[in-house]
Structures are given as structure tokens and as C-alpha cells.
Design a protein around this ligand. Structure first.
Ligand SMILES: [Zn+2]
Length: 194
């Protein structure tokens, strides 16, 4: 009955929560989720809920940047799930965008004998974006990036962590998986019927 020396779950998953929390803010087409980055007010309310802006005001163009950063991340996560509609060109565009974002939103590295932490250097919206990029970087360092995926059942695109043994999960949950299976079956029947 010895106690296991493991990190508390919330510590282990803070980076994942940050990335999923940022990406899963768009209208999902089914009515389950609403757009959180639609306006300055919406974005500020979302960031304040998470204690991310530090009370700084956010501009209209920063909200546009938030949607662009989110869109690039969604493309990468969909590519991780082998989404058939994500082309190599779209992925390259998203990677270029993320690369550029990394130069716009500075992060701070705190190095110690035990390791390092990377945190956003700015406040306000730039701080939010830096925090998201630092969290994504941490997931990459932990070798978990390919397991961060976007649901392949349109129009869902909900981001999730693939915790299956074989790492072949492509849908966020059983509802989206069965919807996709039914759609595939209808397409097969239609193709066979003509
Ligand atoms: Zn889904």
C-alpha cells in the first residue's frame, strides 16, 4: 500500500488543458459549443475566466490574431488525426503561421538545476498567445504532440488527447465516431447502388 510518487494530475496536464482550452473555443456546428473569440468582449470574458489577460485590454486585431492562431493549431491537430481534408499545403501554411507567431509572442525561459519552465513574457493578448505556444512546446518536449488531435467527424473538429494504446483515435468521442461510421456506410451504399 505504498504511496506512488507521481505528479498530481492537474500539474501533469496543465499544458494540455491550456492548449485544449484555447483551441476548443469555436462554434462546433452542432450547437454544443459557441464561438468564444467572436468579439473583443467574448475573447476578454474567456481570457478573464482563465485568469490569462491580467486585466489588460485587448484590441480588435488581437482577437483576429487569436482566431488565426487557433485555426493554425486546429489544422495541425487535424493533421495529427489524419483528417482527409487537410492538404500538405494547408499544413505548411499553418506551420508557417505558427513559426511566425513564435517570433511575435516572446517567452521567458527559467532554467534551474532540475529543468526549465517556459512562460509568456508579455501580458494581455500577447501573453495569452505566448502561454499557449509555451504549453504546446512543453507537450512537444514531453513527446505528446502527435497525440493532440482534432476530431475528424465534420463539422466537429473538437480537440482531444488520444490516450488509446495504438494511437489511432480519430474522433473525439463515441457520438462522432458513430456519425462518421454511418456517413461512410451511406456513401458505400450510394456508390454500390448506381
Ligand atoms: Zn467530434
Amino acid at each position: 500500500m505504498g504511496r506512488q510518487a507521481t505528479l498530481p494530475a492537474e500539474n501533469a496536464d496543465a499544458a494540455i488543458d491550456t492548449v485544449l482550452g484555447f483551441v476548443n473555443t469555436r462554434f462546433d456546428g452542432k450547437g454544443g459549443r459557441i464561438e468564444r473569440f467572436g468579439s473583443v468582449e467574448d475573447f476578454t470574458a474567456w481570457a478573464d475566466e482563465r485568469g490569462l489577460t491580467g486585466g489588460e485590454t485587448v484590441s480588435e486585431s488581437e482577437v483576429v490574431a487569436a482566431r488565426e492562431l487557433r485555426s493554425a493549431l486546429v489544422t495541425v491537430l487535424l493533421a495529427h488525426a489524419d483528417h482527409p481534408n487537410v492538404t500538405g499545403e494547408q499544413l505548411a501554411d499553418a506551420e508557417r503561421f505558427l513559426n511566425h507567431a513564435g517570433s511575435l509572442y516572446p517567452v521567458r525561459i527559467a532554467l534551474s538545476a532540475h529543468g526549465s519552465t517556459v512562460t509568456a513574457q508579455s501580458r494581455g493578448a500577447a501573453g495569452v498567445f505566448g502561454t499557449v505556444l509555451a504549453a504546446a512546446n512543453e507537450i512537444v518536449q514531453r513527446d505528446g504532440w502527435a497525440r493532440m488531435k482534432g476530431c475528424c467527424s465534420p463539422p466537429c473538429q473538437h480537440a482531444f488527447v488520444d490516450r488509446t494504446k495504438n494511437g489511432a483515435q480519430r474522433f473525439c468521442g463515441p457520438n462522432c465516431a458513430s456519425r462518421a461510421a454511418m456517413r461512410a456506410m451511406r456513401e458505400r451504399r450510394r456508390d454500390a447502388g448506381d
